[in-house]
Each structure stands twice: as structure tokens, then as C-alpha cells.
Design a protein around this ligand. Structure first.
Ligand code: ATP
Ligand code: MG
Length: 393
């Protein structure tokens, strides 16, 4: 029944002079998202609004699904486009539209008409009143309420006549590409995919890095991370995933450092390597899925010691989230099922029975001096042998 969507956006409307950059990015992101829908759409900006017009019949649920993954969109209004063939024909179309759009007619409504072209022979108020009357005749259960109606039927007289009454919520946020890029430390767990989603939602393009430890972590564990990146890419666009072979470094740390410090030392080297690739990609920050107190390596003290090696900002969007809150987002965005597949990750294998929860920076630095030049060489090796996978939705 629908031929187009009116795309509503919120926050990006208030960006002053930059507004057109945000709008143009939203237009191109919307257009990208709809590319996968058979038939095709033309997306355009008009009078501070964005329209996506279908070229032919399309799968409604698929199109709405695609739009609901475009950050920056706050509302998706399905629109019926009618030719202007006189008021009588319009009234018939509106009556038919309401029959389909409102299966339950025991509601209050009002009609709001806007004329974008003034050569229509009736005035807006007159059109609204006449259409309201026709609707009441057709469906006596309907009631008019001009102050707080349950349903507002919008009639816009343009080249074609636009009818819409329904707004499906969008994901909100800012269009991806309007806020720089950042490097996500992506593990196979529940948290980091959610962290990536949340930063992408603010308009940031995402790169990713995964620390792989074969044969302790399997090919299947790596595939799981690729699968997670694919799901994030549905929202964030294509992701360059850097897979780093971390086995030798982990074994070496295991060999040289006190075992209660393993995780912290290992995490410091992860951060250093992630930062190396972030600089190469011209990223402006790192992203992790950490949350205060979730595990020993995520106490305030541990994070302070881990953070000490970083020279770029580390964004931790889940920092104040409880696990259940993170799980709720993971379920909503579709990463949860993949995250809970039981493939080991490198942190769970080289883990001490009693890790420090309040590491002391001096003592960690002292342990690291035992790693010496051999560690520098291993870091170089890890950088030189990294594999880059371009992941698309
Ligand atoms: P997640 O659910 O994201 O795996 P977690 O609760 O298991 O998190 P940790 O294992 O302490 O927590 O990891 C904290 C953060 O470090 C992760 O959210 C992720 O950003 C990063 N990280 C951990 N392991 C890896 C890995 N193998 N590759 C890339 N990043 C990792
Ligand atoms: Mg993990």
C-alpha cells in the first residue's frame, strides 16, 4: 500500500551551519541502507525533510528493518502517494487508506492538511474538515479529537498527495560518518559488540581489532568475531577488522610475569597494539566494552593501570552499565545469540586463579622490564603479521 517513507530526524536538526553536512550524510546512509531492497528507492532532501520514494512495489518489513538500522533517524513514516485527481478521488483514497492503516477504528483522530502548492482549489482547513466528515461517514466508530487525538492523519498536497499517520521509531543517534572514526577492541564476548554499536550510534565510523591466540583459540572463535563484526556493520557500515596473532606475546608474558599480574600486563599490550593500528587508520580513539567492577581487570585501579599505556582517548560506553542492561542492548541489536556461542577467547585461557584487583603500577612496570627487547621484537612481529579483513553486512 505504501510508495514512500518520510524520514524524521531529531538531533541533527539543531546543528546550525553544519546542518547540511548531517542531512547529506543521513541521505547517503539512508540510500545505502535501502540498496539491498528489491526495486530500489530514490532518497532526497526536500524542505528540511528526507523522503525515500520506492521505484516499484517493495517488501515493507525489509525496508522498515533497513531504515531502523540507520543512525540519525528518529521516526519512519510510511507514506501513500496519490495522484491529484480532484477532491472526491482524494476522499476515496483517504477512506481506503484509513481502512488499511487503522484496523481498530475505535480511536480518536484529526486530519491535518498542508498545502505545499497553493494552486489546489480548496484551503487546508476546508480540506481537513471535509475529509474528517467523509471518514466519520465511512467509519462511525471514529471520533474527532482536535486537541489530543490518538491518530493524526497528515495530508500534504504536493505534486503528488502524501498521506501518512504512523511513525515507526528509528534508532536515533547521529548519521555514521559525521563524527570521525575509532578503533573497537572486539572480542567474541557480549560487551564489546554493544560498545561498538553505541559509539557508532553517535556518528563514529568503526574499525576493529581482535587478538587471536591460535591454537589456544580456534578458527571458530575467530569466525565468531567476524560474524559479530558483520552484525555491527549492519548499523555502522563496512568495518576493517585487524586480526592480530597474540599467542607468542601471551606465552611470553605467562613465562616472565607473576601470574596474578598476567591479565593486566596482557591488557596493556593489547592496548598498545590496538593504538598502533588506530594511528595507522587515523582513528581518534579506542573503544572497549569495559564496565566498572565487572571482573578483576575492570576495577578502577586495574583500568587506571591499563589506561596508563594509552596516548589516545579510550571510550568505554558501557562503563556504568550493569550486565543485564548490556544484555538487553545485545538482544535488541542482534549480537547476543552470536556472543553466547561457546568459543573460548584468549583472556579466558591465560587467566590466573587469583588475579590482582588492585594492581600497583610500579610493580607492573617492574614486571614488564623483564620482558625486555624480545617483547619489542614480538610486538613488531605481531604488527607485521596482522591480517586485515574487510567486513560488510
Ligand atoms: P567482552 O564481553 O567484550 O569480551 P569481557 O566482559 O569479557 O568483555 P574482558 O575480557 O575483560 O571483558 O575484556 C574487556 C574488553 O577488552 C572487551 O570488552 C574488549 O573491548 C577488549 N578485549 C578483550 N579480549 C579481547 C580480544 N581477544 N580481542 C580484542 N579485544 C578484546
Ligand atoms: Mg571477553
Amino acid at each position: 500500500m505504501y510508495q514512500a517513507f518520510l524520514i524524521k530526524y531529531g538531533e541533527i536538526g539543531v546543528k546550525g551551519k553544519n546542518r547540511h553536512i548531517f542531512e547529506d550524510t543521513l541521505v547517503s546512509q539512508t540510500s545505502n541502507a535501502l540498496k539491498s531492497i528489491d526495486g530500489g528507492f530514490t532518497v532526497r532532501k526536500e524542505n528540511g525533510r528526507i523522503y525515500a520514494e520506492a521505484h516499484e512495489e517493495f517488501d515493507f518489513d525489509e525496508a522498515v528493518g533497513a531504515l531502523s538500522r540507520v543512525f540519525g533517524i528518529v521516526g519512519i513514516c510510511p507514506v501513500v502517494l496519490a495522484e491529484d485527481e480532484g477532491f472526491d478521488k482524494l476522499a476515496q483514497t483517504v477512506v481506503a487508506y484509513v481502512d488499511q492503516a487503522l484496523p481498530d477504528k475505535d480511536v480518536t483522530f484529526k486530519v491535518i492538511t498542508r498545502r505545499a502548492r497553493k494552486n489546489y482549489p480548496m484551503e487546508s482547513m476546508e480540506i481537513s474538515a471535509a475529509l474528517g466528515e467523509r471518514l466519520l461517514e465511512a467509519y462511525p466508530q471514529l471520533k474527532v479529537d482536535v486537541h489530543s487525538p490518538q491518530v493524526t492523519l497528515h495530508v500534504e498536497i504536493r505534486n503528488k498527495i502524501n498521506l501518512y499517520s504512523q511513525t515507526i521509531p528509528g534508532p536515533g543517534g547521529m548519521p555514521v560518518g559525521t563524527a570521525g572514526r575509532a578503533m573497537l577492541l572486539l572480542s567474541g564476548g557480549i560487551d564489546s559488540p554493544v560498545a561498538g554499536y553505541m559509539i557508532a550510534k553517535r556518528g563514529v565510523k568503526i574499525d576493529a581489532v581482535y587478538f587471536h591466540a591460535p591454537p589456544y583459540t580456534s578458527e571458530r572463535a575467530k569466525q565468531k568475531v567476524v560474524d559479530l563484526a558483520k552484525i555491527i556493520a549492519r548499523y555502522a557500515g563496512p568495518i576493517r577488522l585487524h586480526v592480530i596473532n597474540f599467542t607468542d606475546i601471551q606465552l611470553y608474558i605467562y613465562d616472565k610475569c607473576p601470574h596474578d599480574q598476567l591479565t593486566i600486563v596482557m591488557r596493556r599490550y593489547m592496548m598498545k597494539l590496538a593504538e598502533h593500528f588506530a594511528k595507522e587508520e587515523e582513528d581518534l580513539g579506542l573503544i572497549t566494552g569495559e564496565s566498572i567492577g565487572q571482573v578483576a581487570s575492570q576495577t578502577m585501579q586495574s583500568m587506571a593501570v591499563t589506561n596508563e599505556v594509552c596516548t589516545m582517548p579510550v571510550y568505554r560506553p558501557l562503563i556504568g552499565f550493569d550486565k543485564q542492561e548490556i544484555v538487553d542492548v545485545a538482544l535488541k541489536i542482534g549480537t547476543y545469540e552470536t556472543s553466547i556461542q561457546p568459543f573460548e577467547d584468549c583472556c579466558t585461557i591465560f587467566v590466573a586463579k587469583h588475579p590482582v584487583t588492585k594492581p600497583n603500577l610500579k610493580s607492573i612496570l617492574k614486571s614488564e622490564t623483564h620482558l625486555g627487547e624480545k617483547m619489542d621484537a614480538m610486538m613488531r612481529e605481531a604488527i607485521d603479521t596482522a591480517e586485515v579483513i574487510r567486513v560488510e553486512a
